[in-house]
Design a protein around this ligand. Structure first.
Ligand SMILES: Cc1ncc(COP(=O)(O)O)c(C=O)c1O
Length: 427
């Protein structure tokens, strides 16, 4: 099909949209290999699979969803979200320090959204001026580019990792400061998106010190550029499978306890997704949770996000909001959900540890990787590396700047084969 087809019907921006099926085309290659009788390894999919290849499902969530009353399935949810869910989303974002943050004067609001993607859209649509650039790390989830472009936003980037070895740090603070300063000189609003902890596509999580330095950098920039509003969006799509799930809320708390007063022109917002944490990818539920000391700012954001949702997707699906709120308001159900979540986290940890160990043995230079669904090999010609791996029937995803290894999909007993295939491909 010619990409020029339909040009007469499509507006100029829409004509730039081209299918990017890299992940699906590599998944299809894996399936073809299985169909031809090969013992193939699937490292392509971005969903958590059990060791037998089936989708991992948190059965506590599944049961509560199935037993929900008809009215909770059929009725609209309130436009901004079910109140119990909105409250829960704040707890999911901030964890145990929620109360403390609220008691020291932070106000918080949340808006339900169709998945974390909906939350990202709410932020893109409202916290940046059209034509501006949003600050990302150079390695980031591909769909960010599209969410931003759809709101007429460009991107500026800084490197994922520091170029020189800064003992125990995974943050290129110098580049972050420089890029932030550049944007402050040319825009009246600056927004940065950071997928942490458990970054897609690398599995990287910043350390406690990195988070502190990061946030301090934003606070200092906000103080030095009072006329520029700063929004830090923490994309928490995988945080409940990380060692420090609520590290960002802890860091905010720590900075406030260190006596740093919060600048009026700094907002922190969390994109929450239930897709992975509650294994309800298809029920499309998440939230945007925003924190700021000024109650009036928070009230205004509540209105604006609600109106944006109304004008984009109407209300978010009610069923998952209801079911998940039920689970978390019942101690026994909540504990059972958490046990299952922990089992899945352990599965990921087991695969990751083994992968790191095997790569170490074979000298495969994978990126630092700590939590979540993925690992990553930075390389220039990712397609040829992935093609070499495919010769051994190990299927991974070549992306810009590296190969994504979907630990979430690879059975534990096939992990060693992935390290071997990468080692051979590199040699
Ligand atoms: C980094 C990142 N952010 C956000 C999302 C949004 O997920 P969803 O819209 O399914 O909740 C994903 C999903 O893969 C992701 O990988």
């Amino acid at each position: 099909m010619s990409e020029g087809a339909g040009a007469g019907f499509l507006n100029t921006f829409s004509q730039t949209k081209v299918g990017s099926d890299t992940i699906f085309s590599w998944w299809a290659r894996y399936q073809e290999a299985v169909g031809s009788g090969h013992d193939a390894v699937n490292g392509t999919i971005g969903a958590l699979l059990e060791n037998n290849g089936e989708l991992a499902i948190n059965h506590v969530v599944d049961k509560v969803v199935r037993e929900s009353p008809p009215i909770e399935i059929s009725a609209y949810a309130p436009l901004k979200g079910l109140p119990a869910f909105l409250d829960l989303a704040i707890t999911l974002a901030l964890g145990d320090v929620r109360e403390e943050l609220e008691s020291i004067g932070m106000n918080v609001t949340s808006t339900a959204s169709p998945g974390g993607s909906g939350a990202l859209y709410l932020a893109a649509a409202n916290f940046a001026d059209r034509g501006d650039k949003v600050l990302l790390r150079d390695r980031h989830w591909g769909p960010y580019d599209g969410f931003l472009a759809g709101c007429d936003l460009g991107i500026a980037t800084y490197p994922l990792l520091p170029s020189k070895d800064v003992e125990g740090s995974f943050l290129d603070l110098d580049s972050l400061q420089k890029e932030l300063a550049k944007l402050c000189n040319s825009q009246s609003k600056v927004m940065s998106w950071l997928n942490d902890p458990a970054h897609n596509p690398t599995g990287l999580s910043l350390t406690e010190q990195d988070r502190y330095n990061f946030l301090k950098c934003f606070i200092e920039s906000s103080l030095a550029n009072q006329e520029v509003s700063h929004t830090l969006l923490v994309d928490a799509a995988y945080h409940l499978y990380a060692g420090q799930p609520h590290g960002w809320a802890d860091t905010i708390c720590q900075l406030l306890h260190d006596g740093i007063s919060w600048p009026d022109n700094l907002l922190v917002t969390f994109a929450i997704s239930l897709s992975k944490s509650h294994t309800i990818y298809g029920l499309r539920t998440g939230a945007l949770v925003t924190i700021h000391p000024d109650e009036q700012v928070i009230d205004r954001i509540t209105t604006v996000m609600g109106v944006t949702g109304r004008q984009t997707w109407s209300a978010t699906s009610r069923l998952a909001q209801y079911a998940v709120s039920q689970i978390h308001s019942d101690e026994e159900l909540a504990n059972n959900w958490d046990e299952e979540r922990e089992r899945l986290q352990n599965l990921l940890e087991e695969r990751r540890e083994l992968f790191i160990q095997e790569c170490d043995k074979l000298g495969v230079p994978i990126n630092p990787t700590h939590d979540g669904f993925f690992a990553w090999l930075d390389c220039e010609d990712s397609v040829s590396i992935a093609n070499e791996c495919a010769k051994n029937h190990v299927y991974l995803v070549p992306l810009d700047g590296g190969v994504r290894i979907g630990l979430c999909a690879i059975p534990t007993d096939k992990i060693a084969r992935v390290a071997q295939a990468l080692s051979q491909a590199l040699s």
